[in-house]
Design a protein around this ligand. Structure first.
Ligand code: NDP
Length: 331
């Protein structure tokens, strides 16, 4: 039986075309698990792959989609049975392995996580790579023993995917969250997710030559990079944690060693795609228990079809016009 998939083809002289086509399971790469995908979600990386970015996807034609949640149709691994509800985020899915923007994927069993019982397949994709990344950031802060009593945590890019989920998880974990956003009308949104207040991007932009600023936060989850990340380090309270997850403004970091050697600041990183399976399972267990955020998910998500993804949302995320998460219904 054919299935539907978004299909990116190179048309010559650096141009790429995307269409929804019919494909067959036999066309998919080798793997132990065939999964019928019910939901996927849109991440910035997917939009880059869908527009021919060879830093993400080396070979075209290709189906992007770094996130997928669905039901196992064929299993050649004893850990999983036909009919199990599962999810896959990261590894090579959607990069050089055909991904979640198709109704079927075939992947190694080592990439597959069982769906937590108290989330639906759709919930898992609202969380997806963005929420998993945010959860990895909170997990790393907690490994450094950062406690809610230490002070407020800043979340930058607050209305984006990682930012929205970071606010929700931090607030559920008991932290006071300051949301930093370029959208002055996002007050109600970030407050609903659990932030205590909204600040403009200037709050974390410092153009002075000072090595340190008056400390205002005990930690930060940063999606922005560049001057924002440098400012977060300068303005962090002693022994605080700043987690770098993204680069929406810049991949550069121009800083001094003073935040580290005078204030003992911990600069932590998250590379969610290659998170080892034992840590993945721990983090999904936390998302299903003390960081359970199901009540926040409806406000974060917009559900779209594969057609709408193709015609509208891939372009929107590239233009920075998305608030929250775009979930793709492949049913
Ligand atoms: P989104 O596009 O959903 O959100 C990004 C948000 O950043 C925007 O909504 C906006 O929020 C803010 N923003 C956009 N442009 C700028 C700018 N020039 N300066 C300051 N803020 C800006 O992206 P995601 O949340 O999914 O991803 C965020 C970053 O994290 C990306 O760089 C992505 O590549 C990275 N990422 C990293 C992962 C990892 O494993 N490390 C995994 C997933 C994503 P607002 O208007 O509220 O300020």
């Amino acid at each position: 039986m054919p299935f539907k998939a978004l299909w990116i083809t190179e048309t010559g002289s650096g141009k790429f075309e995307r269409n929804i086509v019919e494909r067959y399971i036999d066309d998919l790469p080798a793997g132990e698990m065939v999964i019928r995908v019910h939901y996927s979600s849109l991440n910035y990386k997917d939009a880059l792959s869908a527009t021919g970015n060879k830093g993400i996807t080396r070979k075209f034609p290709h189906t992007p989609g770094i996130d997928a949640a669905g039901v196992i149709e064929i299993s050649r691994n004893e850990r999983f049975a036909v009919g199990d509800e599962v999810l896959v985020t990261g590894y090579d899915l959607g990069m050089n392995t055909c991904g979640g923007f198709g109704q079927y994927i075939r992947v190694p069993a080592s990439w597959v996580v069982k769906k937590p019982e108290n989330y639906s397949l759709k919930d898992c994709m609202i969380i997806g790579t963005a929420g998993f990344t945010a959860a990895c950031a909170v997990y790393k802060m907690e490994l450094m023993k950062l406690q809610p009593e230490a002070g407020p945590i800043v979340v930058t890019g607050a209305t984006g995917g990682v930012g929205s989920l970071a606010i929700s998880i931090l607030s559920k974990a008991g932290y006071e969250v300051i949301a930093v956003s370029g959208k002055s009308n996002a007050q109600d949104y970030v407050t609903h997710l659990g932030a205590v207040r909204l600040e403009p991007r200037d709050f974390v932009t410092d153009t002075s030559q000072k090595a340190l600023l008056k400390p205002k936060w005990a930690g930060a989850i940063d999606t922005v990079g560049g001057n924002t990340l440098a400012t977060l380090l300068k303005g962090c309270m002693p022994e605080g944690c700043v987690v770098s997850t993204g680069l929406v403004s810049s991949p550069k970091l121009d800083t001094t060693v003073y935040p580290f050697i005078l204030n003992g600041i911990n600069l932590l990183g998250v590379g969610s795609a290659e998170t080892p399976m034992n840590v993945r399972v721990t983090i999904w267990e936390k998302l299903a228990s003390q960081w359970h955020i199901k009540d926040k998910l409806p406000a974060i998500a917009r559900e779209v079809t594969l057609d709408e993804l193709n015609t509208t949302y891939i372009d929107n995320i590239l233009q920075g016009n998305i608030m929250g998460r775009i979930v793709v219904n492949l049913n």
